[in-house]
Design a protein around this ligand. Structure first.
Ligand code: SAH
Length: 259
């Protein structure tokens, strides 16, 4: 039994491109003994980023349940109690629909020191990859981030329809029919622009555009699938035409420095 207790660091990995890891995230990975990572976290370059670490895939695919949440928490705590520096690498930001809060509580209950490194959330960055700013002067001065994982209640749909500003829905593809129908029923303009952006920051990134009344047909026609971010609001009109590969655009941006 190791005398020294290790630590758990929850790391927000951003929307998938390793360029969008924070400096703190890269440092934590470089020091890690064990890394538990998700499907949506940037994992293709993990062997380089965390050269000392044992890598454990706890990724969840829709319809499959490889490792339940309480088991993930048990693994995190067990390694830390053995003295390991454990990184829990999550997609986007750990506290945006990432169950990060539950993992922090599990560590505290076990007496394991835990810290959180925030990440670039897909709620803002994936719209940006399609050229959509979630706020824009004189167009939208608020944005609301909603989980579409479970169906929204009539009260929630009514509030959302009346809010104004931009609505960003994560995990919203399965329930897109009931969400768009509900918003229309509670008075949202059927012409309100809507975008669905799949697989942001990958070479498979794709945006599908429509309005509240047409996006369902457009999505079915395009064969839209998860992971995708749905954006509803006037800001969608600001999207640039077509999908540049956001990952390539990022590295271009990074190289446009110097003389
Ligand atoms: N904590 C994450 C969100 C976890 S919920 C964050 O802050 O981004 C998972 C949902 O995030 C997916 O169903 C999808 O709606 C969205 N998502 C995450 N990464 C994405 C990506 N690269 N492209 C499109 N959607 C993404």
């Amino acid at each position: 039994m190791n005398a020294r207790t290790g630590t758990v660091t929850l790391v927000g990995g951003g929307p998938g491109d390793p360029e969008l890891l924070t400096v703190a995230a890269v440092r934590a990975l470089a020091k890690a003994d064990v890394v538990l990572f998700d499907r949506l976290a940037p994992h293709e370059t993990l062997a380089e980023l965390a050269p000392r670490a044992r890598l454990i895939d706890v990724g969840k695919r829709p319809g499959h349940h490889p490792i339940p949440q309480d088991e993930i928490e048990r693994i995190l705590v067990a390694h830390a109690l053995e003295g390991a520096e454990v990184v829990r690498l999550k997609g986007g930001d750990p506290f945006v629909f990432g169950r990060g809060g539950e993992e922090v509580e599990a560590c505290r209950r076990a007496g394991v020191p835990v810290r959180v490194i925030p990440g670039v959330t897909s709620a803002i960055s994936v719209p940006a990859a399609a050229g959509i700013p979630v706020t824009h002067r004189n167009t939208s001065r608020m944005f609301t981030v909603v989980s579409g994982h479970a169906p929204l209640s009539p009260a929630e749909l009514e509030h959302l329809a009346g809010l104004g500003g931009t609505i960003v829905i994560l995990m919203g593809i399965t329930n897109l029919p009931s969400i768009t129908a509900g918003l229309a029923r509670f008075g949202m303009d059927p012409g309100m622009p809507v975008a669905v952006i799949e697989q942001g920051y990958s070479s498979r990134q794709r945006s599908t555009f429509g309005s509240l009344s047409t996006i369902l047909t457009e999505s079915v026609r395009a064969g839209v699938g998860s992971p995708a971010v749905v954006v509803i609001g006037e800001v969608v009109r600001l999207a640039r035409g077509g999908d540049a590969d956001a990952a390539a655009a990022l590295s271009d941006a990074a190289t446009v420095t110097g003389p």
